[in-house]
Design a protein. Structure first.
Length: 252
């Protein structure tokens, strides 16, 4: 798995996964683990990781990861966002969510990405092709760690979000770091993999990520739904052991 992730481009992996997913759903069918996003069940989930393989991380039939399942449980169980009539911007849309979100009749949904074949519009976060105050909800998950100037990207997200709109910005966050580690001189993919944990990451976020949200105009919040979930639920859904969902509320 590590060799595949590090050798092939993300765009190629997205295309090939469209073919493999139905086959994997049949091969791994079972009852032990469940993907809460679509309710499908499996005898095992697959290991996943660019460096350290995480056991039972990747759902074989949907290709969701722990963070996707955590986010879905938050949206579905802890908010009313799926029921509201809102405008939604999805940055770098994940395959597991794309069709599901497009089918939500009360959402005015659009996705953007610089390269992904899944996105509706090709664009980057330095110049989002929408007017100010367009969106009630912005999903921007595991994107900012890839962006050279994340402040510029966050400012642009703030520009297009409505007053009291919600930004959900999951990132790989190292809770042992008070301050984000970044070094613009580290350009080689192998060095980035060594220092940032993945060949296309440009930093390791620390606890000051919430300060970055605040500096861009958002009121930051830490959402921890894991602490109120049972051990059985966490195992059943193959959730991360200790992860919060970073939220930013736009106050204009």
């Amino acid at each position: 798995m590590k060799l595949i992730l590090n050798f092939f481009s993300r765009q190629f992996l997205i295309r090939i996964s469209l073919i493999l997913r139905p086959v994997l759903r049949i091969l791994y069918k079972g009852t032990k683990y469940v993907d809460p996003i679509d309710g499908s069940s499996y005898r095992t989930f697959l290991p996943y990781g660019y460096n350290r393989l995480r056991k039972n991380a990747l759902c074989p039939g949907t290709l969701s990861l722990e963070r996707h399942r955590l986010l879905w449980l938050y949206l579905n169980k802890k908010t009313k966002l799926l029921e509201k009539n809102i405008s939604v911007l999805h940055v770098a849309p994940e395959m597991i969510f794309l069709k599901k979100f497009k089918k939500i009749a009360n959402w005015n949904y659009v996705s953007i990405d610089l390269k992904s074949p899944l996105a509706d519009i090709k664009a980057n976060l330095y110049n989002i092709p929408f007017k100010e105050n367009c969106f009630d909800l912005i999903l921007c998950n595991h994107v900012l760690e890839h962006i050279e100037d994340d402040y510029k990207a966050l400012n642009e997200l703030y520009r297009v979000i409505k007053n009291k709109g919600t930004l959900i910005a999951q990132i790989p966050l190292n809770k042992n770091l008070k301050k984000t580690f970044e070094n613009k001189e580290i350009m080689d993919p192998r060095e980035r993999n060594k220092y940032f944990g993945q060949y296309d990451h440009v930093r390791v976020y620390g606890l000051d990520f919430y300060d970055r949200l605040a500096k861009s105009g958002f009121t930051p919040k830490k959402i921890d739904i894991l602490k109120k979930m049972s051990k059985e639920e966490k195992i059943k859904y193959c959730l991360p052991k200790n992860e919060e969902i970073p939220i930013g509320i736009a106050i204009k």
